[in-house]
Structure formats: structure tokens, C-alpha cells
Write a protein that binds this ligand. Structure first.
Ligand code: GLC
Length: 437
């Protein structure tokens, strides 16, 4: 029997409360025991529905860990937990004069977009406006870091220096570029993730060797962005982060124009937007008819499209012809799988229904895709994406992710960002003015 809306709301709120570690929220107990960057941002949207001060606190604690150079790290280590690998000592950021121990890379910059929504939906407008005003310079410094550190040549697309930076750890897209990573010196290590979760659902050992080698590489360069851009064996432009950053810059600009008119960050945001808009077309692979990730060292495109291809609507980019091709592609996918939107092309031989980012459906991606499609007037597909997300959660609870083929719940359970997506996007109890697609 389908659970009632009240029951779903209640369970979702309980998950956020139970994963709350006091001002910040862990993604799920055991597997991910620290604060993760974009998880926290979606969590803030979830808290916004029942505890606005707590929602703002989630973002403030994340930005407390911002680096002096503007980067907002992908993991914030407030303590050392032996249950997670690689922990703070492996990242070795302790000599960098940081506010607290963190990883050395970033994650998709969804925060400005979330803050824009939070300001619009807030019951306590006064508080929301002052919180957003205080966060704006930090957001701006972070966005500037993205273009300076990860696009030093001004291509208008941002490069990933590590698969984890994309938030989509083991996409098939990283396989070929990863061949350039030398793993011979990594030494012995013990993974912790596979003691929590079935190995068939997790990245393979070969992937982990590469993740670790890249951490050791970054550490050897003292996490200096210029040295990483110059020498990283892994340097791949990501459609997902490029689209998310472009959207986030539009939201930052809208907020800055409203809250601090005349500030220099307005012209900086405009310049970044122009550059990213111009650059996005570099990721159009005309042979595949899709926006695809691109290895910037070799110029090779990834083997197939991913769910991020559909973020062109969220980012407001693509010519009418490109957008039509993307809709055709997505319509084909929708016929092929039961639950939109698979993270990787389900018609490709590399599609894997349960292995993390190589096929499964993720609620947070559906949220961004659904909002973008809805804004672009593609309401048929937008409704399908939202309906499928709802059905997955009602049938299988708030899992880390789900099989796009049969809805099997996978990865960790009682997962914060999935619960948050229910509260902020799916729940039928959401007020009309809060509906974003
Ligand atoms: C995995 C995901 C990443 C997420 C993290 C915590 O590494 O790939 O996107 O932020 O887990 O949930």
C-alpha cells in the first residue's frame, strides 16, 4: 500500500533530524559520516520546509569550511572517523592554514540556486534576506574559484581534477581519461565503503586505485590550483558542473542585483555567465547529438550521454536544434527504462543498473532535470521525471539511489538528500507558491 503523504513527510523529516550532527547533516550514518558539500545544500532545502533557522545553519556551517582561495571543499572533516576512507590524514590539507580539516577538491556548486529558492519561499523574509546577503560574497568567491582554478584557459567549461569533484564518482565517462593515472605508487589501503554496502553497487577497485592516486597527486602539489591545472593526469570537462555553475551564477546575479545593487560581484557574475554560455557549446558532440563530457588533455568525448545532458534546460543553454535532439534522446530513454532519469545512457553497453553512477536514478539529479524541463515548457517529460521520483520513494523509501530499470533501492538507506528532495520538490503537501516544477 502506498504510504500517506503525512507518513512520507514525517519519515523524511525524521531522517534529516536523525542525520543532524548539530548544525550540519551527514548524508547517511556509517557510509558517509561527515558533511558533504552538495548533500548539505539539498538538505538545507529540505529543512527549509519545517525549520528555517536550521536550514540556514546548514549552509553557514558548510561555508565555515571555505578555503582562503574561495574553494568550498567537498568534505568537511570535523572529527576523524575510522569508518571512512580516505579520511583527513590521507588528504593532507592540514598544512594549508584552513579553518578546519577538509578534502582538497570541491563539488557541484548548487548552493546559489538553492539560496535563491530559499529566499523566495521563506516565511521569515527578513532573516532570509540577511542570511543570503551575508552568504553572497562567499558564493561569489567560490564561483570565481571555479573559473580561475578549473578553467584557467578561459574555455568556458570547468574541468574536474578528480571524478569525485563532479559528484558522479564512477561514471563510465571517467574510464578512458583515468587510464592516464599512474597507480603504481599508491601503496596498500583498506576501503571502508564496501564494509557498509554490497560491492556490486560500489565503484570497482580499479576506480578506487585511481581516486587514491589523484588524492596523492593533489597532496603532492599542496592542493595548489595552478599546479593541478598544469599537471593533473585527470582533467575532464564536465557537463554537469558546467551547467550547475552557470545556473548558480544566474541565481547569484539575480540575488546580488536585488540585495547589493552596484556591488562589483555583479559584473564578475555577468562575466562568468557570458564565458560559460559561450563555452557550453564545446561540449556538444555532434556525432552523438548530445552534450557530453570531454577529456581536455586528449580532446576525446565520453562514450555516451549522461543525465547531465538534460541539465542544458536547467542551465538555460543550447540552440533550439540541440534542445530538440536532447528531448528526442530523453524520450528514447523514457521508453527504455521504467524510472526516469537514468544517470547514464540506458542504450549503451556500459549501462549498469545498480552500480552507482553507471545507470541508476538519483533523486537530486531528477530534481534539477525536472525543474529545468518544466521551466523550458517541456512539461510532459518534466511530469514523468517527477512522477517517477515520487513512485520510487513511495515504493522503496528514501534510498541513496534506485535502479532505473525496476526501482530497486540501492546504496545507503535513510539518505538525507533523498528525504530532502521529497520535502522540497515532491511532497503533495508543498504549498503552491513553493512549487518549482
Ligand atoms: C558519493 C556521491 C556524491 C555524494 C557523496 C555523499 O560520493 O557520488 O555525489 O556527495 O557520496 O552522499
Amino acid at each position: 500500500m502506498t504510504p500517506t503523504v503525512e507518513r512520507m513527510d514525517e519519515q523524511a523529516r525524521a531522517i534529516l533530524r536523525q542525520n543532524d550532527r548539530g548544525g550540519y547533516t551527514i548524508p547517511t550514518a556509517g557510509l558517509y559520516p561527515y558533511q558533504w558539500n552538495w548533500d548539505s545544500v539539498f538538505v538545507a532545502l529540505g529543512f527549509m520546509e519545517f525549520d528555517e533557522p536550521r536550514a540556514w545553519a546548514e549552509l553557514e556551517t558548510l561555508f565555515d569550511a571555505q578555503w582562503p582561495n574561495g574553494m568550498v571543499p567537498h568534505i568537511v572533516f570535523r572529527h576523524d572517523d575510522p569508518d571512512y576512507f580516505p579520511g583527513p590524514s590521507v588528504w593532507g590539507t592540514d598544512g594549508l592554514d584552513l579553518p578546519m580539516p577538509t578534502s582538497g577538491i570541491s563539488q557541484p556548486p548548487v548552493a546559489a540556486t538553492a539560496i535563491h529558492w530559499m529566499v523566495d519561499a521563506a516565511r521569515d523574509k527578513q532573516a532570509a534576506l540577511s542570511k543570503a546577503r551575508a552568504l553572497l560574497p562567499k558564493l561569489n568567491a567560490w564561483h570565481q574559484w571555479w573559473v580561475d582554478a578549473r578553467d584557467p584557459d578561459g574555455l568556458g567549461v570547468v574541468a574536474m581534477s578528480h571524478p569525485w569533484e563532479s559528484g558522479r564518482d564512477n561514471l563510465p565517462d571517467w574510464d578512458a581519461p583515468g587510464d592516464a593515472i599512474d597507480v603504481r605508487a599508491i601503496g596498500d589501503y583498506t576501503r571502508r565503503d564496501t564494509s557498509h554496502i554490497d560491492t556490486a553497487m560500489r565503484p570497482k577497485k580499479k576506480d578506487y586505485d585511481r581516486y587514491l592516486a589523484l588524492v596523492q597527486f593533489g597532496k603532492s602539489k599542496n592542493w595548489d590550483p595552478a599546479a593541478i591545472a598544469a599537471d593533473s593526469p585527470f582533467w575532464v570537462a564536465d557537463v554537469g558542473v558546467s551547467a550547475i555553475l552557470l545556473r548558480a551564477d544566474r541565481d547569484l546575479l539575480a540575488l546580488a542585483e536585488r540585495l547589493i545593487p552596484g556591488d562589483t560581484m555583479i559584473s564578475q557574475a555577468r562575466a562568468r555567465i557570458a564565458r560559460l554560455e559561450a563555452g557550453f557549446d564545446r561540449l556538444w558532440d555532434s556525432r552523438q547529438g548530445a552534450f557530453c563530457n570531454k577529456d581536455l588533455r586528449t580532446g576525446a568525448f565520453a562514450p555516451a550521454a549522461t543525465a547531465a545532458t538534460l541539465l542544458c534546460f536547467y542551465a538555460g543553454v543550447g540552440t533550439p536544434v540541440q534542445r530538440t535532439r536532447v528531448i528526442e534522446m530523453a524520450t528514447g530513454w523514457a521508453e527504455k527504462v521504467r524510472y526516469m532519469c537514468p544517470s547514464f545512457d540506458p542504450t549503451s553497453g556500459l549501462f549498469d543498473p545498480l552500480r552507482y553512477w553507471r545507470g541508476p536514478t538519483w533523486a537530486i539529479f531528477n530534481f534539477m532535470i525536472g525543474v529545468g524541463l518544466w521551466e523550458a515548457g517541456e512539461t510532459g517529460l518534466a511530469d514523468r521525471v517527477k512522477r517517477d521520483t515520487k513512485a520510487l520513494m513511495e515504493a522503496n523509501g528514501f534510498a541513496e539511489y534506485y535502479s532505473a530499470v525496476d526501482g530497486t533501492s540501492a546504496g545507503g538507506d535513510a539518505f538525507s538528500w533523498t528525504a530532502a528532495v521529497w520535502l522540497s520538490w515532491i511532497s503533495p503537501s508543498l504549498k503552491e507558491h513553493k512549487k518549482t516544477g
